[in-house]
Design a binder for this molecule. Structure first.
Ligand SMILES: [Zn+2]
Length: 173
């Protein structure tokens, strides 16, 4: 049985005890941009906030793409989130290759280079990545200046968060 088939089967039980209140219009308070890495999935645990408060946008890295900026505009302007958290992490898979390397590798292994060059948004340093993200989000004219934009790095070995200062220094959160 495929994993998705298992999930569909398990959903029958989930739906039996489903609380219809959960289907009401959401009112999240915090927009979180974080990596697709499963180690970042327990956000209520990592951040001590309930699922319902979190509007979660996930990409590899995470990368703050044009799409992500659009989602942050909707999150703050339409859904009403009050703060933006850019949640990076140590040990990210996107630091293990460069876009150029992965394009070359996939072109060779599949024998088809027609999608190249794809943007994978690989990066080397999570702090630098976070600072660039803060700059990108902060400079968007449709993200209100009174919405705080902060960057944290989650250490996958200790479970601790540390804050990245936009200008270079960082402090323990
Ligand atoms: Zn990652």
């Amino acid at each position: 049985m495929s994993i998705i088939d298992k999930a569909i089967k398990a959903n029958h039980n989930y739906a039996k005890n489903y609380d219809p209140v959960l289907g009401e219009r959401p009112a999240p308070k915090l927009a979180v941009v974080t990596c697709m890495d499963p180690r970042l999935s327990d956000l209520p645990g990592i951040l001590g906030l309930p699922h319902a408060d979190l509007d979660v946008i996930r990409t590899g890295g995470p990368a703050v793409t044009e799409d992500v900026l659009g989602e942050l505009v909707v999150s703050t302007r339409v859904l009403g989130t009050k703060e933006i958290l850019l949640l990076n992490h140590t040990g990210c898979g996107f630091t293990t290759f460069s876009d150029e390397e992965l394009n070359a590798k996939l072109s060779a292994s599949t024998g088809d280079s027609s999608p190249a060059p794809m943007r994978f948004f690989s990066y080397k340093d999570p702090e630098e990545n976070t600072r660039e993200q803060i700059k990108k989000v902060r400079s968007h004219p449709w993200i209100a200046k009174d919405v705080p934009v902060r960057g944290l790095i989650f250490d996958v070995e200790t479970g601790q968060l540390r804050e990245v200062h936009p200008t270079g220094q960082h402090a323990t959160a």
